[in-house]
Design a protein around this ligand. Sequence first.
Ligand code: NAI
Length: 323
Amino acid sequence: MEAETKERIAIVGSGLIGRCWAMLFARAGYFVSIYDIDSEQVKGALAATLPMLLDMESRDLLGGQKASDIQKQIQGTNQLEEAMQGAIHVQECVPESVDLKKRVFAQLDEHASDTVVLSSSTSCIVPSLFTEGLKHRSQCIVAHPVNPPYYIPLVELVPAAWTNPDVVRRTRALMADIGQAPVTLNKEVNGFILNRLQYALIMEAWRLVEDGVCSPEDVDTAMVEGLAPRYSFMGIFETMHLNADGMKDYCERYGANIKTVCETQSPARDLSGRTLSVVDDAMQRKVPVSGLGDRRKWRDRRLAALAVHKMMMKKEEAKSINP
Ligand code: NAI
């Protein structure tokens, strides 16, 4: 199966995340131009994408396409203007700094057509902080991926107050078209959705250890063997809905107790001091810092296997709806 060739996408910043975006857009048939301030980074990105695509091909995650064909859809350039020429969407992937994002978005603004979407990969900077004074500010949005995006498809879309709703709609459609799972925030909030949920869990895990309730290892076991299996294919609200006779029944039965427990979960703690030593010791026993590289490879293999499983699940569900 070959993806039809679609419009052009520009990637600005060709580090870890820029390379991933390039592969995702190219896999869906878009023509991708990668720009970086450092020409060596562009060369590195072009060299790094083929092995990653081959790995995806071996897992049947390219929709029957050949890695080498997808790679041909990706080109590099050292000229921002050239990268943006004719692009319908620019995905900025420079390091996480408000000042740098401001400078780069000012450059994007200079070369932007009146229709291109200017999108940032920022993990936690709300878009109003770096787009306010721009001529094309209504075309700016955040599209925050999760690493590695080809195995974890969530993309959080965060508009500023001045972002044109049509830009939100077009970005959401584009993300769905490349096989990602977009979610849209109606307004800016620190941490977006994913990190607000993640930080709530981190804080409670910390509190349980700090208050001597259990060990760091047992917190992680509760997550991996308890919460995570369901959450990998079903969300928080659906889990509640299924754990009783529907959502209303769940809230009637458990709501008061949940509130009582949650009232004991503040204030926020500092992630430092003696608890940090306890948690760090536990993690070092499990994975010494020298072994993190291998463990990350293991994590990515498991994520790849999970992505394959979820792809099969979606195919089966689609078949049962349209036999
Ligand atoms: P990185 O450090 O791997 O790559 C950044 C690239 O930007 C480098 O190649 C650098 O040469 C280039 N660059 C620096 N200044 C530039 C400029 N003025 N113009 C063009 N290129 C420039 O960074 P990474 O990890 O790819 O992160 C990029 C963005 O993606 C950040 O905002 C980060 O928060 C976000 N992000 C990162 C994730 C991760 O796990 N690494 C996950 C989700 C989002």
